[in-house]
Design a protein around this ligand. Structure first.
Ligand code: IMP
Length: 424
C-alpha cells in the first residue's frame, strides 16, 4: 500500500504543508519523524486557519492516526499548548501518539540555544531558538530525557536533577546566565507528563502494523534537504536528518516500506537564517518575490531571503533523497517579474564548472551561479488546472527545470488554496 514521503528540497518553507495536506486527506496514518517545533506550517480547513508546529497535519481528519516518531525532539510546553488550542476549536487529539523514545526539549535547551547563538556573535547560525540543536546534542551525548521518562515521575525527577545540575553549571559558569530552579522544572514537567501519558505508544509498531494492514501512510518531512546536518550547508543547518532516509531511522520502519518519495520546491528559492545562498536576489526583484509570495517565517515571522531557482541544489536533493517526483510550488508568484532565471551550474573561482553542490562552504565560496534565462509571464495562472492551460512560457520553464534537475514534476502549485494545484 502507498507509503509516501514528502521532503523539502531547498532550505525549507517550500510549501510542503499544502502538498502534505492534499496527501494527508488521502492517508490513514500521518507520521512526523524528525525535527521539532522549529518547523511550522499553516493549514486552512473550511476557512479556519490552523498553525501547526509539531502536531502532524492529519490531525484535522477525524479518523487519521497521527504519529510522532522516535527521531523527533518534543517541547512539551509548546506541544501541550498546541493540543489545547486544537481541542478548544473542536479538533480531537485522541488519535495522536508519541513514541516513548522521542527526546524531550527541556528549558535549558532553549536557554542554551540563545546563549550559544549570542556567543557566536556575527557567526551565529540564525537558529529558531527553540532548543533544537542542544536537545539533539544531549541525545547523542546520551544524557537526553525521553518521552518515556517524562511520563514516569520518579525517573523524570532523577534525570532532571542529574542533567539539570550540569546544565545549570554550564549556563552560569560558562555563559554567566541564570540557573533553573530544578524543583520547579520537575513540578512543571511532571504535569506535562500527565497530560501526554495517554498519547504514548510505540510508533514503530503502529506504523509497521498499519503497513501490514494495507493502510496508506504519509511521512511528513520538516525542514529540508539543504538544512540536513550532513548533506546541507553545514554548519548553517538544523540538527536532524530531513532527508527521505531520515524517515526510516526517525520512525523505526525499514526502507522497503516506502513506495514513493516526493520532493517539494518553490519555483524560486528562499531561506531564513544565515548561511550561503548562491542565487540570492538582494534587489527589487527579490523584494517583489518576498512581498508577492508572502515570504515571512511561520515560526519566527522573520522575512525570508529570496532568489532564483537553483537547479544545482535541487539536483543534489533529487540524488540524496532518491526522489520519484517533484512538486513545484508558487509558480504564480513569478508573474510580472519580467525575464526569469534558473541557475544551471556554478562557476568555480578556478574557472571550472560544477553541476554538483560542493560539500564544504569553503568550496562554495567564490562560486558564481551560471544562469539560463526564460521569457516571463503576466497572466493570472491561479485558475489553471491542467499543464496545457498554463501559458507557453510557464510550460517551457517547468519542462526545462525538470530536465535540469533530472526529476519529473508531478504537481505544480498555482495559488495558496489546496485546490490550486495542477497534477500531472
Ligand atoms: P534550528 O533548527 O532552530 O537549530 O535552526 C537551524 C537553521 O535551520 C536556521 O537557519 C533555521 O532558520 C533553519 N530552520 C529550522 N527549521 C526550519 C523550517 O522549518 N523552515 C525553514 N528553516 C528552518
Amino acid at each position: 500500500m502507498p507509503a509516501n514521503i514528502v521532503v523539502g528540497t531547498q532550505w525549507g518553507d517550500e510549501g510542503k504543508g499544502k502538498i502534505i495536506d492534499i496527501l494527508a486527506s488521502r492517508a490513514d496514518v500521518v507520521v512526523r519523524s524528525q525535527g521539532g517545533n522549529n518547523a511550522g506550517h499553516t493549514v486552512v480547513n473550511n476557512g479556519e486557519v490552523y498553525k501547526l508546529h509539531l502536531v502532524p497535519s492529519g490531525i484535522l481528519y477525524k479518523n487519521t492516526l497521527c504519529l510522532i516518531g522516535a527521531g523527533v525532539v518534543l517541547d512539551p510546553k509548546d506541544f501541550t499548548g498546541e493540543l489545547r488550542e486544537l481541542e478548544s476549536r473542536g479538533i480531537s487529539t485522541d488519535n495522536l501518539k508519541i513514541d516513548p523514545r522521542a527526546q524531550i526539549v527541556m528549558p535549558w535547551h532553549i536557554a542554551l540555544d540563545g546563549l550559544s547563538e549570542s556567543f557566536r556573535g556575527s557567526k551565529d547560525i540564525g537558529t529558531t531558538k527553540r532548543g533544537i540543536g542542544p536537545a539533539y546534542c544531549d541525545k547523542y551525548e546520551r544524557c537526553g530525557i525521553r518521552m518515556y521518562d517524562l511520563v514516569h515521575p520518579d525517573i523524570l525527577a532523577e534525570k532532571i536533577q542529574s542533567t539539570g545540575t550540569l546544565k545549570n553549571k554550564i549556563i552560569t559558569e560558562v555563559y554567566g546566565g541564570e540557573p533553573f530552579d530544578l524543583d520547579a522544572v520537575t513540578k512543571e514537567y511532571t504535569e506535562y507528563g500527565k497530560i501526554l501519558a495517554p498519547h504514548m505508544d510505540d510508533v514503530s509498531v503502529l506504523t509497521f502494523n498499519a503497513h501490514k494492514e494495507g493502510k496508506t501512510i504519509m511521512f511528513e518531512g520538516a525542514q529540508a534537504t539543504l538544512l540536513d546536518i550532513d548533506f546541507g550547508t553545514y554548519p548553517y543547518v538544523t540538527s536532524s536528518h530531513p532527508l527521505s532516509a531520515g524517515v526510516c531511522v526517525g520512525t523505526g520502519v525499514g526502507p522497503k516500506v516506502i513506495t514513493n518519495i516526493i520532493g517539494v520546491a518553490k519555483a524560486y528559492t528562499t531561506r531564513v537564517g544565515k548561511g550561503p545562498f548562491p542565487t540570492e536576489l538582494d534587489d527589487e526583484i527579490g523584494d517583489r518575490i518576498r512581498n508577492t509570495g508572502g515570504e515571512f517565517g511561520t515560526t519566527t515571522g522573520r522575512p525570508r531571503r529570496t532568489g532564483w531557482f537553483d537547479a544545482v541544489i535541487v539536483r543534489h536533493s533529487v540524488r540524496v533523497n532518491g526522489l520519484d517526483s517533484l512538486a513545484i510550488n508558487k509558480l504564480d508568484t513569478l508573474a510580472n517579474i519580467g525575464t526569469l532565471k534558473i541557475c544551471v551550474a556554478y562557476k568555480k573561482p578556478d574557472g571550472t564548472v560544477t553541476e554538483h553542490f560542493p560539500p564544504a562552504l569553503e568550496e562554495l565560496d567564490g562560486c558564481e551561479p551560471i544562469y539560463e534565462e526564460f521569457e516571463g509571464f503576466t497572466e493570472d495562472i491561479s485558475d489553471c488546472r491542467t499543464f496545457e492551460e498554463l501559458p507557453e512560457s510557464c510550460q517551457k520553464y517547468i519542462l526545462r527545470l525538470e530536465e535540469l534537475v533530472g526529476c519529473h514534476v508531478g504537481m505544480i502549485g498555482v495559488g495558496p488554496d489546496r485546490t490550486q494545484v495542477i497534477e500531472r
